[in-house]
Design a binder for this molecule. Structure first.
Ligand code: URA
Length: 296
C-alpha cells in the first residue's frame, strides 16, 4: 500500500472511491471548461441564497463581521494581479469601509498581526485561553507563501494547550485529507481558524467573538493571498461567505472570499462522527484540486 492509499484508507475511502476519483481526474482536462460553465450557471441561479438577504439579528452580524472589514487596495502582498473571474463570484466581497480597529488591523504586516493576536483582549475569550492559536504553515521572510489556506472554526482543548491549530484527532484527519491530495501542513499550506482563542467547553463561537476576531482572519487572507481557501465546516463557511446557507447547499461549487476561490467542505471533527460523509469530503478535495490550477 503506498502512502496515498494509506491516507485514503484512513479517510475511510477504499479503492473504489480512489479509482472513481482518479477517473474523474483523468477527465478533468476535458471537463474543466464545461464544469466551470456549469458551476457558473448553477451558482448564478443559486446566488440569491447567498449573502445578507433574508438574514437578521445576531446571525447576520456574526456572518457579516468578516465582510465589513476594510481591505484597501493598497494593502496585502500583491503576489499576482487581480485575475478575471473564471469561476464564480458570490455576492460576498469585503466592504470598503470598516471601523477604526479593523482598519488598523488591515494595515498590519505579518509580525504585527501575530503580535496583535497574541495580545488581543477584544473579547472575553482572552480570559480563559491558555494560548492564542494564530495559525501554522509555510511562512517566508517578508511574505507568506502558502497557496492553500485551510480555515477551521476555533481552537479546541489541545490546540489551546499547544498554540497550534488542528493538533487533536480532527487535526490528524485533516493531515490525512491533505496528504491524500499531495499536501502537508508544513509545505504550501496555511492552516488557521475563524477564532484565534478557544471558546470554553468547545461551544460554538458567539457572534461578538467573530466580529472581534474577523479582522484578524481577513488580514491573514489579505497577506497570504492564497490561491485557494478550503472552508472546513459550517461555521467557517458561513463566516467567510457571509451566509446562513447550509453546508450541503454550499458544497460542490466555487465561491470567492476577497477574490480568492473558496471551497466548502465538512469539518474533520464532523467527519470523525459521520463516516459516510467522508466520501463527500473526498469529492470536495478533488474539486479543490481541480479548481486551483483552473483559477489562474
Ligand atoms: N477544530 C477547529 O475548527 N480548529 C482547530 O484548530 C481544531 C479543531
Amino acid at each position: 500500500m503506498n502512502r496515498r492509499d494509506q491516507f485514503l484508507g484512513e479517510m475511510g475511502l477504499g479503492p473504489v472511491w480512489r479509482l472513481r476519483a482518479r477517473a474523474a481526474q483523468q477527465t478533468t482536462q476535458q471537463t474543466t471548461q464545461q464544469t466551470t460553465q456549469q458551476t457558473t450557471q448553477q451558482t448564478t441561479q443559486e446566488a440569491p441564497r447567498v449573502g445578507n438577504a433574508g438574514l437578521s439579528g445576531e446571525a447576520t452580524s456574526a456572518a457579516a463581521a468578516l465582510h465589513r472589514v476594510a481591505v484597501p487596495a493598497a494593502v496585502g502582498i500583491a503576489r499576482r494581479p487581480a485575475e478575471p473571474l473564471r469561476t464564480v463570484a458570490t455576492s460576498v466581497q469585503p466592504a470598503l469601509a470598516g471601523d477604526e480597529r479593523s482598519a488598523r488591523i488591515m494595515g498590519m504586516d505579518w509580525a504585527a498581526l501575530r503580535e496583535a493576536v497574541a495580545r488581543c483582549q477584544a473579547c472575553a475569550l482572552h480570559a480563559s485561553r491558555t494560548h492564542t492559536v494564530f495559525g501554522v504553515g509555510e511562512v517566508g521572510v517578508g511574505e507568506v507563501r502558502a497557496e492553500w489556506m485551510i480555515v477551521g472554526e476555533a481552537p479546541g482543548a489541545e490546540e489551546d494547550a499547544r498554540g497550534e491549530p488542528f493538533v487533536g484527532q480532527a487535526g490528524k484527519l485533516l493531515d490525512s485529507m491533505l496528504a491524500a491530495i499531495g499536501l502537508n501542513r508544513k509545505q504550501n499550506v496555511y492552516i488557521t481558524n475563524v477564532l484565534k482563542c478557544r471558546p470554553p467547553g468547545n461551544r460554538n463561537p458567539a457572534p461578538g467573538e467573530v466580529a472581534q476576531c474577523g479582522p484578524h482572519l481577513a488580514r491573514q487572507v489579505a497577506l497570504i493571498r492564497p490561491r485557494l481557501i478550503l472552508a472546513m465546516g459550517r461555521f467557517a463557511a458561513q463566516a467567510l461567505l457571509d451566509t446562513d446557507a447550509s453546508i450541503t447547499s454550499l458544497r460542490g461549487r466555487v465561491h470567492r472570499y476577497q477574490g480568492v476561490p473558496t471551497i466548502v467542505t465538512y469539518h474533520p471533527a464532523y467527519l470523525l462522527r459521520t463516516l459516510p460523509d467522508k466520501a463527500k469530503a473526498w469529492q470536495d478535495l478533488c474539486l479543490a484540486r481541480r479548481t486551483l490550477p483552473a483559477a489562474f
